[in-house]
Design a protein around this ligand. Structure first.
Ligand code: PGA
Length: 244
């Protein structure tokens, strides 16, 4: 499976920084053999999708509402993201789960909405530090997968240990291998042959210096990159490490 390097800009970026990023990636993507995705804030999705046209970079949203439209002030529906040029959408990121009290049931409904709109959902799961320390990491991730993924799921799973996000801390390669192996077995058991097409990304403090090691772990099919994806040269360096 081709690796995917996905950038999650979170609540960072401007029209100018998005244009500069797209130009740098346009000038720097030659020779890269991974798939690429960038998820800027919703207000930049359209400009980014125009700016990366003709490059292998796909554009995604960071969240979508579970309904296709309606009286939901401030929310963004999956068909709107699609209309703006997005092909993917992150769903259930731990910051959404925490900041907006998103439950597995909400993530499940949003994933269905993304699929119905023709978007590829990138469903995020991961344990907190306390859950890992108590030995419950697999149990937590297993529960999130069971409750967040609809039966007709086709998409991408991102394993992001909450304690590794934005902290500079990463799990050991053995811990990543164990969890990705567990997620792979879980997807295979539930979705059968269809699971073979589902990528499992690792996310949490991925940077150019650790990308090759983390993405070399069995069953790691790509990376979801936060902070380091904002700088085009770091994003490209991660892509190079994966393409080598
Ligand atoms: P980070 O964020 O790379 O800044 O740790 C990853 C994420 O939250 O997707």
């Amino acid at each position: 499976m081709r690796k995917l390097v996905a950038g999650n800009w979170k609540m960072f970026g401007t029209q100018d920084s998005a244009a500069a990023w797209a130009l740098a990636v346009r000038n720097g993507f030659a020779g890269l053999t991974c798939d690429m995705l960038v998820c800027p804030p919703a207000l930049l999705v359209n400009a980014m999708s125009v700016a990366v046209r003709g490059t292998p970079v796909a554009v995604g949203g960071q969240d979508c509402h579970m309904k296709t439209e309606g009286a939901h002030t401030g929310d963004i529906a999956a068909p709107m993201l699609r209309d703006s040029g997005a092909t993917h959408v992150l769903v259930g990121h731990s910051e959404r789960r925490t900041d907006h009290a998103e439950t597995d049931a909400i993530v499940h409904a949003k994933t269905e909405a993304a699929l119905a709109a023709g978007l590829v959902p990138v469903v995020c799961v991961g344990e907190t530090g306390a859950e890992r320390d108590s030995g419950a990491a697999e149990q937590v991730v297993g529960r999130q997968l069971a409750a967040s993924l609809p039966d007709q799921f086709v998409g991408i799973v991102a394993y992001e240990p909450v304690w590794a996000i934005g902290t500079g801390k990463t799990p050991t390669t053995q811990d990543v291998a164990d969890m990705h192996g567990f997620i792979r077995r879980t997807l295979d058991a539930r979705f059968g042959a269809a699971a073979a097409k589902m990528r499992i990304l690792y996310g949490g403090s991925v940077k150019p210096a650790n990308a090759a090691e983390l993405l070399g772990v069995p069953h790691v099919d790509g990376a979801l990159v936060g902070g380091a994806s904002l700088k085009a040269e770091d994003f490209l360096a991660i892509c190079r490490a994966v393409s080598a």
